[in-house]
Design a protein around this ligand. Structure first.
Ligand code: NAD
Length: 421
């Protein structure tokens, strides 16, 4: 069995490929048990034995702690590092004792800078929107910077006192409203970090032939950090991706120089064969995804905005039970595909969990492994099952006419649909 390698930023994938998986805590075991037979059935159906996934369990979370005394054993990191990719269930965040979130630790160790979340509607799912099918986007959330970098200093700590003194005395900062009782967090946003994320979003739009890339930011208020994100995004689109992109920054320049008609003509002409790169302020974006969701296709945004936006968009199309995600470093090829929800301790062990988040993350994994044919079979089976009214408890509660399925029954139904396809 060969391992995945990367040549010129392109993955070389053996036909029989070893993929590590982390089962996860809480509902992790149930959704994993329902998921992997569906993936195996889809790969088998699509490639008739020519391609195969060999699952390798690696430990993290409670299971790892029970067996090894460590929450995230070095062997697990090493195995994922070597295999390049992994599929992961939800992990409990250990409380206290200075233990970091395991999810954050995995992302940081492998420098998985892009959090990629596709959001689409499946017919039959309850949604708060009148026309939920108009929501069809892929979010690229920056995963390593921003106030989420973890650079925070507690109120009254020696560090915070020193920082406030430097800011006040050396930088003449007068805007800390309550300097004696403040905690401080730092928001690093770099040109390099922004451009590698925005570049990934543009490349995705190019390969998937999507019409727009929208930079979502609060640069009107945070001019150098999120304003920088927007500026560096436009710069990248206008230089490295000039053959593929037309930006609203270029539109504005033409507008100022040659007037409205010339700018409109340039935009209309660009729309026939180029990706339009535009930007929206984050608060307006949260309105627009409800009012005009069809206006957006690929979203590139900073870490904190991306966190809020991902959950808001997931809720529009059925909630976290069906929201997939991946954390990817497009330069090294490392990627972890994961259910975006948590361990759901309130329903763990009851057969109520929806395995779709993990299943659709597996579809992303299959696309990444150039096994899209198998991924498409899983997506089609989910579409069919949901349209037939076969749903798990989360949706059944809102769909009186539906056929309630346990997690295991739902997985078995999908497997049957794939085998019969
Ligand atoms: P949660 O996502 O586990 O649960 C929130 C709500 O959604 C609960 O009512 C739960 O029952 C429901 N839910 C979640 N997944 C579902 C599914 N697949 N099917 C049906 N219903 C589902 O969030 P929480 O309760 O805030 O967190 C619980 C634990 O999970 C915490 O330790 C938290 O740190 C951890 N967590 C892990 C991840 C991850 O591993 N990526 C993400 C978020 C939270």
């Amino acid at each position: 069995m060969e391992k995945i390698s990367v040549v010129n930023k392109k993955l070389q994938i053996p036909n029989h490929v070893v993929i590590p998986f982390i089962e996860g805590d809480g509902i992790g075991k149930e959704i994993w048990q329902a998921t992997y037979p569906v993936i195996d059935a889809a790969v088998n159906k699509a490639y008739q034995g020519r391609k195969k996934i060999i699952w390798q369990e690696v430990l993290a979370g409670e299971k790892a702690f029970e067996k090894t005394g460590e929450w995230l054993p070095k062997e697990t990191l090493h195995a994922i590092y070597e295999a390049k990719v992994a599929l992961k269930g939800p992990l409990t965040t250990p409380v206290g004792g200075g233990i970091r979130s395991l999810n954050v630790a995995l992302r940081q160790e492998l420098d998985l800078f892009a959090c990629v979340r596709p959001v689409r509607y499946f017919t039959g799912i309850p949604s708060p929107l009148k026309e939920p099918e108009k929501t069809d986007m892929v979010i690229f959330r920056e995963n390593t910077e921003d106030v989420y970098a973890g650079i925070e200093f507690e109120k009254d700590s020696p560090e915070v006192k020193e920082l406030i003194e430097i800011l006040t005395n050396q930088f003449d900062v007068t805007k800390i409203r309550f300097p004696k009782t403040s905690a401080i967090g730092i928001k690093p946003i770099s040109k390099e970090g922004s451009q590698r994320l925005i570049g990934a979003a543009i490349e995705y739009a190019i390969t998937q032939k999507l019409p727009t890339v929208t930079l979502v930011h609060k640069g009107n208020i945070m001019k150098f950090t999120e304003g920088g994100f927007k500026k560096w995004g436009y710069e990248l689109a206008e230089t490295k991706y000039a053959d593929y992109c037309f930006t609203m920054n270029q539109y504005q320049s033409i507008l100022l120089k040659d007037g409205k008609e010339a700018a409109t003509n340039a935009l209309n002409e660009a729309m026939t064969h180029k990706i339009i790169v535009n930007d929206v302020i984050a608060d307006n974006f949260l309105q627009q995804i409800l009012l005009n969701p069809a206006n957006f296709s690929v979203i590139a945004t900073c870490n904190l905005n991306g966190d809020y936006i991902s959950d808001a968009l997931a809720a529009q199309v059925g909630g976290i039970g069906i929201a997939p995600g991946a954390n990817i470093n497009y330069n090294t090829g490392h990627a972890i595909f994961e259910a975006t929800h948590g361990t759901a301790p309130d329903i763990a062990g009851l057969g109520k969990a929806n395995p779709c988040s993990l299943l659709l993350s597996a579809v992303m994994l299959l696309d990444y492994l150039d096994c899209s044919k198998a991924g498409a079979l899983i997506t089609a089976a989910i579409e069919k099952a949901l349209a037939q009214g076969y749903v798990t408890a989360d949706f059944a509660a809102m769909l009186p006419a539906a056929t309630l399925q346990t997690t295991a029954q739902f997985g078995a139904h999908l497997q049957k649909l794939i085998e019969e396809a």
